[in-house]
Write a new protein. Sequence first.
Length: 76
Amino acid sequence: MFLPNKVSPFIFRNRDMFDVLQSILQSNIVQIFGLPGFGKSSLLKNVTCFLGERDIYKSGVLYIDFIHVETFREAL
């Protein structure tokens, strides 16, 4: 399993991480959006590591970085 590097320091984001984890455990997918520079990627990298390190999903965890994707077609 390939996991992204954890982001540290990762402070004052416990509530955000809990909310994302709760959403993922309920629906198996989550979409995060917002303005640049607010830590969306950092949050998801740490959530991905949290899930992967604990084997919560036996078939694995996938983190996709869409930073260079400009169109839907490129995402596929």
